[in-house]
Write a protein that binds this ligand. Sequence first.
Ligand SMILES: Nc1ncnc2c1ncn2[C@@H]1O[C@H](COP(=O)(O)OP(=O)(O)OP(=O)(O)O)[C@@H](O)[C@H]1O
Ligand SMILES: Nc1ncnc2c1ncn2[C@@H]1O[C@H](COP(=O)(O)OP(=O)(O)OP(=O)(O)O)[C@@H](O)[C@H]1O
Ligand SMILES: [Mg+2]
Ligand SMILES: [Mg+2]
Lengths: 254, 254
Amino acid sequence: LTKVIVIANQKGGVGKTTTAVNLAACMAVTEIPTLIIDMDPQANATSGLGIELENSDKSVYDVMINSVDAESVIRKSDLPFLDILPSSTRLVGAEIELVPALARETILKTALSSVNGSYEYIFIDCPPSLGLLTLNSLTAADTVLVPVQCEYFALEGLSQLLNTIRLVQKNLNKTLEVEGFLITMFDSRLNLSRQVAEEIRDYFKEKVFETVINRNVKLGEAPSYGKPIILYDAVSTGAGNYMNLVREMLEHAG
Amino acid sequence: LTKVIVIANQKGGVGKTTTAVNLAACMAVTEIPTLIIDMDPQANATSGLGIELENSDKSVYDVMINSVDAESVIRKSDLPFLDILPSSTRLVGAEIELVPALARETILKTALSSVNGSYEYIFIDCPPSLGLLTLNSLTAADTVLVPVQCEYFALEGLSQLLNTIRLVQKNLNKTLEVEGFLITMFDSRLNLSRQVAEEIRDYFKEKVFETVINRNVKLGEAPSYGKPIILYDAVSTGAGNYMNLVREMLEHAG
Ligand SMILES: Nc1ncnc2c1ncn2[C@@H]1O[C@H](COP(=O)(O)OP(=O)(O)OP(=O)(O)O)[C@@H](O)[C@H]1O
Ligand SMILES: Nc1ncnc2c1ncn2[C@@H]1O[C@H](COP(=O)(O)OP(=O)(O)OP(=O)(O)O)[C@@H](O)[C@H]1O
Ligand SMILES: [Mg+2]
Ligand SMILES: [Mg+2]
């Protein structure tokens, strides 16, 4: 059975890609077959795993716009149990190109039906918007994991995201659930961090992961080497945080 | 004469809103008539200036989609020489609603022709994408100011942004120029920060502002009080950095 988890938040820079890449990599390290899908035209998850596409290479753009089979586009990463469906900058046109398409919100869901059996977990990294790429991801997912940065603007944007999730649950994906809210870039020395984290816990209660991702410069350095944190610096706080998150998710899944 | 500067970068969380709000506020403090336009559906610049819209209030959405006169939607801020054309979450649908519109990239430029004479500077805050809201802003602008966070992913995204700027210069706005690249969230204690800042200066040379915006928690606290930094904590590093940026821009405009 495959579980599809989308990592979404329209607020920019809250740690979506860092969470998608490192959660998927840490999951793979426990030998669970995992796929990461990069639905962001910035292709940060793709480069964060050390993959550089040539102009002629197929990407998720071809799956979404030209109905190319997802399996033929998926490639291996440096980690044995982690594959990736890479993005490319051509995806930047997809938001507009998808507008007139038939059943435009369910294209990804249909495309994934051919790969579902081969992975236990599929993680989808989203762009910082609530457009058709994020809607496709929410429609294809079982659950949504929401990274929330410990900043005021990040808190403010949550109601808009929850509205969108409710709309998707009503019209496109009745079984979509919230996997949880993940506190990211937490800095225990800052009042702002502690206050925002407290507000998130007060509001979302048990839906907030116990695991908190601390601000850790190693998480920012790893992508410049094209490596997830577990390969770049396995003893860093960042690697420890994401391994704990995997443990918490697997325990929760029972 | 009015100068229109768009603050753009499709990478999320690099300091676009923080720069738009605080640059506009510091400009207004020197008694230069200034307008800030919030083109982001997240409406962070609007709330960052303490403005809460009622459902019935008009916003930039009505200017873009219902041809409402911009002047009738503009409102005053807490600062005497600073006005704002506020955003609302209704704007989230605009990217799709604008696709079939006639001359869809020039709607904002046309709308601004009625307000041009009343301000010396107009700053436009963009969402983290290269869609029709950002294209409208680039088409309406004289120059573009690019905040660049001292992180690897932020560096990576610049070539996509520069491609888009070139396309706009060729097809929509021949006179568009780059105002400059602004290094944001700089932390002198981190190698990553110093390395990325050096790469930005090596690559963009004199196009990079002398002024660097340091990481300063006060900049993150101010929006929760609905105030720009100059009103929240005028003696903070953040306030000093943005006042310096205003001085540098005015000297450059000489
Ligand atoms: N816990 C952390 N500690 C330190 N740096 C972090 C942490 N998490 C992410 N970063 C860095 O912060 C920046 C923003 O994170 P990231 O790019 O993952 O966010 P995002 O939500 O995917 O952004 P976007 O909205 O542009 O897609 C990146 O440069 C990343 O390396
Ligand atoms: N120099 C700084 N020091 C500390 N915090 C900062 C600084 N600049 C911005 N911030 C904080 O970092 C977060 C991201 O900044 P901001 O929201 O301005 O970026 P943005 O590019 O507008 O994001 P988006 O892509 O979502 O529009 C905000 O919570 C802001 O308060
Ligand atoms: Mg990302
Ligand atoms: Mg912003």
